[in-house]
Design a protein around this ligand. Sequence first.
Ligand code: NAD
Ligand code: MG
Ligand code: MG
Ligand code: MG
Ligand code: MG
Ligand code: MG
Length: 340
Amino acid sequence: MAQMFYDDDADLSVIQGRKVAVIGYGSQGHAHALNLRDSGVDVRVGLREGSKSREKAEAEGLRVVSVADAVKESDVVMILAPDQVQRKVYADEIAPNLQKGNALFFAHGFNIRFGYIKAPEGVDVVMVAPKGPGHLVRREYVDGRGVPVLVAVEVDASGKAWDLGRAYAKGIGGLRAGGIETTFTEETETDLFGEQTVLCGGTSQLVQYGFEVLTEAGYQPEIAYFEVLHELKLIVDLMVEGGIAKQRWSISDTAEYGDYVSGPRVIDPSVKDNMKAVLSDIQDGTFAKRFIADQDAGAPEFNALREKGAQHPIEVTGKKLRGLMSWIQDNDADYVEGSA
Ligand code: NAD
Ligand code: MG
Ligand code: MG
Ligand code: MG
Ligand code: MG
Ligand code: MG
């Protein structure tokens, strides 16, 4: 059984006694900085010169300084810049200002697992990875709840890295929902696998194919949209509440029988083999190399794929329909439709 822990298993004063730098103010950055601040932790936000996020952070009452200054004046540094820029920010502005006794924190193990960042001796390397989008990490905290977190220690130079990691996890509200002990390797490989095969990649492709098959057969795109995209949330909510079994309990017997006989026809054993191939590319670093090489070249492949995805007919139909559904609220003021 995985090692789990909750609010009572962590001492908030451990992180309240440190100075924390949150580097980046995006999805995770704003949530960590604001939740820690509201938990009584001494936080500053480190941003690059001219960052568009500066105003937003300052409007929330946070102090914003350069990345180098944030690291200099802190002893805990949480890196929440995008994974593909972390190694440059680290080399240029973080590493020169790190000291023995400091702790380097991550919300995803990518750069440590694939060797893009190597922390100096005497520095704790810790991960607190919320298992949910940053905007939920903030929203849940404000509502008195939390998003579950994974906690890992790669280097325990101080001998107290676990206490510090648990305290940080409590500070962002994660231990209200629960923390699970893991390793950088396990978190990185399973996170990449989950998002590529099931949560993001698998689901996006499944929904697009479903929409294509229905509309190519002459059905109305609006009907197709409801059947293969909109209702997905209702089904997933049931799964989260009570597993696949609760979902099957709630649907009609017709739907449940169709689930058993047609699900395995669509997602056949070859899909499992494909998943294994994806996992192997993650484990041996092939995916990381491809992602970073493309990013270093200015992200031509990434941008082309993003553009192509945004032009899929389901997006056009969806945009029109969501405009008519007053009960669907977009709570994220920063989100611009059509941007990934
Ligand atoms: P993001 O793209 O939303 O935000 C990144 C932030 O970094 C932006 O505010 C940007 O201004 C800043 N930034 C960019 N370049 C910078 C630079 N050179 N110097 C300083 N700051 C810079 O990123 P994110 O999705 O929050 O991801 C941050 C980390 O959290 C990643 O390691 C990611 O894997 C992890 N993570 C993200 C989520 C999520 O919900 N998005 C969930 C779990 C873990
Ligand atoms: Mg994930
Ligand atoms: Mg991820
Ligand atoms: Mg239906
Ligand atoms: Mg039923
Ligand atoms: Mg994004």
